[in-house]
Write a protein that binds this ligand. Sequence first.
Ligand code: NG6
Ligand code: CA
Length: 513
Amino acid sequence: RIIMEKSTVIRLLSFVLFLIGVTAFCQKKGSAAKSTPNVIIIYADDLGYGDLSCYGATKIKTPNIDKLAAQGVRMTNAHATAATCTPSRYSLMTGQYPWRKQGTGILPGDAALIIPTDKLTLPLLFKKAGYTTGIVGKWHLGIGDSVEKNWNQELKPGPNEVGFDYSFIFPATADRVPTVFVENGKVLGAEASDPIMVSYNKQIGNDPIGATHPELLKMKASLNHGHDGTIVNGIGRIGFMSGGTKARWTDEEVPLTFLEKAKLFMEQNKNQPFFLYYSVTEPHVPRMPSTAFRGKSELGYRGDAILQLDWSVGEVMKQLKYLGIEKNTIIVFSSDNGPVLDDGYQDEAVSKQNGHNPWGALRGGKYSAFEAGTRVPLIINWPTQIKPKISDALVSQVDFIASFNQLLGMNIKNDEFLDSQNMWEAFIGESNFGREVLIKQGGAYSVIKGNWKYIKAQKGDSFWPLQNIETGTSELPQLYDLRKDIGEINNLASQFPEKVKELEKFLNEKLDI
Ligand code: NG6
Ligand code: CA
């Protein structure tokens, strides 16, 4: 019989305890390093701060998005970098402010790609972390090397060359030609015998255009907005196209098609981490909801489109549940810029507004330097991992890339995404602190620092009558105390000249002017 000495027993026991400790530590470390939840960014187009019932809308009910918000973090001080689509999306993809690069304004449908193919992008970050990446929906960041391109051949560079393994997009906006889907660089339904041609300079081909054939329109264009080019599906577009008869989409089916492709992407990638940028088109013009949603909101097609969007969000949630991956999936919901009622079509958004207030308590709207231009809904949902919270931390969509860099433990240095700040703790509600300062673009440049907002003085129209939007442009500097005056009514610039000077200097130095 072996009789161990007491001290040996103690030594052995401590060794075993040590081993257990090390194993537990490694496992913990291991699981932390393997924090690879799926991530879906649902990005609405022109959805306003006041368009959702969880953000205070009373004339419209958005139960699915409300559910996301109720179980997640609903941010009240979150911003797109710009008050229009292309610059906001540029920032989302690159982690840089759009004014760092020329040519990041609203792009025509035939524009060349503006995202660099040799730099880090949001999808590339996920790819580097071992994710499969996909985009389904609106792109609006250009495609190909130049404006001239053969739409019947492979179109690249595009989303697939900047980090997406899979892409199913439309090139620009729903109201711009070409009205076609592009899947992994190929126009769906393109035929060599019916070549697709696109022009933004002159009429091409024999298709009737809205300007001369208004009798063919099922939805009239508003005057002077420019939606009087080629008629596709009874709707006049910006720009001209010919050919591609079978490739042209039916507007009523566009969101359903995107949803189907998004669901398929989730299903195909359910066994490995995926990143999906689901870039829906609602409630951007032309608002032409599918039959099931027509008239449902009693606010005209704009309201119906929002209900359709809310339904799609519910379908995404259902799909995640069905696939058994809902607990391991982060959903981020936001919008690329603020709301507009009349953006080019007579779709009753104005006449059936019925008291609905898409901008909530904010001033301005899409295109504007006032808050409604860029302050947008932003919800982060991650079941079981984050606690429900309403957060007023100042954050921007430009911060996603640095924040996901943190989540994924990628340790990529910030010089790859200059303007992006790691706001992960704020996004998941673990910190109340957001950015110290944020620059915004849309109309004039503006900067938010703490409770102060400064809008740079510049010449220009203070009001756009066509869209019925206050642009925020003024020849006088503007300073607002957002904590007390979220509606930007009281310009305090003359009362606080030092503050104005400080913020103006900061902005000018940043913009390098
Ligand atoms: C504007 C269009 C507007 C819309 C917008 C792009 C006119 C007068 N208006 O130029 O209808 O298409 O561009 O919207 O042409 S965005 O959300 O993609 O930025
Ligand atoms: Ca938009």
